[in-house]
Design a protein around this ligand. Structure first.
Ligand code: SAM
Length: 125
């Protein structure tokens, strides 16, 4: 799968914004984060940084993580002030405490085996 996004990062970038309302999604997540007084978010599977742009613009502490370097390169180019790191959600290694993690369904659905789901949620915890 990761190879898919490595090869098609530019296609993804051109396509997804045409049919996903990222602003509406940002409002959805931001409402929940605000209710819990969250100021920092880690987005797992951030892709090319479409949601990132909204969090960064609105001064939320934001870090995007993705398994695909080409996706991260586009995200970083679009959001020069953003923080983006490479990682695998099934084996996260983050040593500092996090206030919140978000993962869109479009990323979670790449966990296809029960063991992968368990590993990912274990590493989120
Ligand atoms: C359909 S894209 C969604 C990207 C972004 N969340 C969005 O909505 O625009 C799925 C993303 O999940 C990433 N991904 C897939 N498996 C992953 C894993 N095990 N760990 C981290 N990222 C992963 C892919 O590289 C890709 O960027």
């Amino acid at each position: 799968m990761s190879n898919l996004y490595n090869r098609l990062a530019k296609v993804y970038e051109a396509m997804y914004q045409s049919f996903i309302d990222y602003e509406q999604e940002y409002q959805f997540y931001n409402k929940i984060l605000t209710a819990y007084r969250i100021n920092n978010v880690l987005e797992i599977g951030c892709g090319t940084g479409n949601l990132a742009s909204y969090f960064i613009r609105n001064k939320m502490g934001y870090c995007g993580l993705d398994i695909s370097e080409p996706m991260l390169a586009i995200a970083q180019k679009k959001n020069p002030n953003g923080k983006f790191i490479q990682g695998d959600m099934r084996h996260l290694q983050i040593n500092s405490p996090l206030e919140s993690i978000i993962v869109t369904g479009r990323t979670l659905n790449y966990l296809v085996e029960d063991t992968e789901v368990t590993s990912a949620f274990h590493s989120f915890f």
